[in-house]
Write a protein that binds this ligand. Structure first.
Ligand code: SGN
Ligand code: CA
Length: 520
């Protein structure tokens, strides 16, 4: 009897140690699922802001893990942001400063380091870096921006067609890869969605959703850009640059609504819909087009109408993103993978939902410099963790390597966020963020600029064809409407920020010629 009792006690101790180990000190490196959307604003993720949409599945990642309240990018544009995440280095160091370049895939990236450490690596979805992906055992990527419907995928050997709505297809492919993987090794899977990129083509099943819903207007929808020269010069306004046909789908049969991008929408964007899909699409938009033609809106009325249409399509795309993230999370639960998998959710940058009258991104202003960031990894992250330190997309690569037990290379410029995930509330070596945007002249005409953001202030220098400084006190002016660069009350603060900015440029080794030129 005694021996049975002893065995029972040992068994209890053994089970306890095992569960301790698998929860607190996992003895195998975690799997990583890195989900990224394109142009998803934190304003439309309900864990951040629930004015516009409920995103229960995304919120689940935040509730079961951590939400980063101050998460930013270093260059708010797609391909550069992706290059930063892959390399852990600012744009000037990895060379991919704008969307027009071809990524140098021979350089080290986190998937390559993980691969060397024994991880299986895969990438499904948007890539946008032009050269073929390197560092992945498996990839299926969209051509350039890809399309919303029936879009082809590039694989190692071929280009293959797909059927259906892109967010569903990317998720299906991701689940297939997870199912077929080698279960004896850890994995790192990048699920990179096309949604919610322009031109915001919703899935058919959500076409009618929210049709009668009126979204609240942002306070700055009719911004006049006083004191902000670069903001006044952009071409990304809902009023002037959002195309009625291309962006808002007002393609009338009679051809009376003539716009700059009518052809591009007709022969480009909706060309991929099959006959059946096209019928549902047209049936939905026809009455809206008729009403629009009858109403003859103009001025502020028209801007408001455009805003509502834009929001509806954008949110509908997002509803499908949220559903599909739910499918992925359910798969992890059903396959016993949730405990030992780091799930990361982010976007390649933020987006304007009508703030300052805009769509698109690029500027160092809050809506586009910020990006959503959620992480779940039950082994070390307590549920409902709120992380308020300043973090940036340069930090993802070192974080993944750190969690995988791979030494962080000295030339990576980001910091591991693991201490924050474990509940520490400071990130040594991080007092401020550095930002640098280069894509000018180009679509949307956002001028080149670089700057510094602390937890309270922001200083921006627009250069190249202008030389204009902007300074914001984010506590007093969170919407960045008042450029206080000439306000004598802030003279000392601005001076010290200028010198901090210089230090950051030296620290991150950014001595780009353009900046030097304008400073002479
Ligand atoms: C396309 C879009 C732009 C967008 C860029 C960059 N035009 O060129 O509106 O700013 O992508 O977006 S579109 O007519 O092709 O939709 S990014 O997210 O890829 O950087
Ligand atoms: Ca983007």
């Amino acid at each position: 009897m005694k021996i049975y009792l002893l065995l029972f006690v040992f068994a209890i101790i053994f089970i306890h140690c095992q569960s301790e180990r698998s929860i607190k000190h996992p003895n195998s490196p975690p799997n990583i699922i890195f989900i990224m959307t394109d142009d998803h604003s934190y304003q439309t993720l309900s864990a951040y802001d629930d004015r516009f949409i409920q995103t229960p599945n995304l919120d689940r990642i935040a509730h079961e893990g951590a939400i980063f309240r101050n998460s930013f990018v270093s260059n708010s544009i797609c391909a550069p942001s992706r290059a930063v995440m892959l390399t852990g280095k600012h744009s000037h160091m990895n060379g991919h400063i704008n969307n027009t370049l071809t990524f140098d895939g021979s350089q080290p990236t986190f998937p390559k380091y993980l691969q060397k450490a024994g991880y299986q690596t895969a990438l499904i979805g948007k890539w946008h870096l032009k050269s073929l992906p390197t560092g992945f055992d498996h990839f299926e990527v969209l051509r350039g921006q890809g399309d919303y419907y029936n879009t082809p995928f590039i694989t190692k050997d071929d280009t293959i067609p797909s059927e259906g709505y892109v967010t569903d297809v990317i998720t299906n492919k991701s689940l297939d890869w997870l199912t077929d993987r080698d279960t004896s090794r850890p994995f790192c899977l990048l699920v990179h969605h096309k949604a919610t990129h322009r031109v915001w083509m919703p899935p058919l099943k959500y076409l009618d959703s929210l049709e009668n819903h009126e979204f609240d207007y942002p306070e700055t929808l009719f911004d006049n850009y006083v004191g902000r020269e670069a903001a006044a010069a952009q071409k990304m306004s809902i009023d002037k640059d959002m195309d009625l046909v291309y962006d808002l789908k007002m393609l009338d049969e009679e051809g009376e609504i003539k716009t700059k991008y009518r052809e591009m929408y007709e022969r480009g964007r909706i060309k991929n819909l099959n006959e059946e899909e096209r019928k549902i699409w047209d049936d939905h938009f026809k009455p809206i087009i008729e009403e629009f033609k009858q109403a003859k809106r103009a001025g502020a009325d028209l801007v408001k109408w455009k805003y509502q249409r834009y929001m509806r399509d954008y949110i509908r795309c997002l509803m499908s993103v949220d559903d599909n993230i739910g499918r992925l999370l359910d798969y992890l639960d059903q396959n016993n993978l949730s405990e030992n998998t780091l799930v990361v959710y982010t976007s390649d940058q933020g987006f304007y939902m009508g703030e300052h009258g805009w769509f698109d991104k690029r500027f160092m202003y809050e809506e586009s410099m910020r990006t959503p960031l959620l992480m779940r990894y039950p082994a070390i992250i307590k549920p409902k963790s709120e992380i308020t330190e300043l973090v940036q997309n340069i930090d993802y690569a070192p974080t993944f390597l750190d969690l995988a037990g791979v030494p962080i290379p000295n030339d990576m410029q980001g910091l591991s966020l693991v201490p924050l995930l474990k509940g520490e509330n400071s990130l040594p070596g991080r007092d401020a963020l550095y930002y640098h945007y280069y894509e000018f002249p180009n679509e949307h005409m956002v001028k080149r600029h670089y700057g510094i953001r602390t937890d309270r202030y922001k200083l921006i220098h627009f250069y190249n064809d202008i030389d204009d400084w902007e300074f914001y006190d984010l506590k007093e002016d969170p919407q960045e409407m008042h450029n206080l660069i000439d306000d004598s009350n802030y003279e000392n603060t601005i001076d010290s920020l200028k010198s901090e900015l210089e230090k950051l440029r030296i620290h991150y080794k950014d001595d780009s010629d353009d900046i030097a030129e304008i400073k002479k």
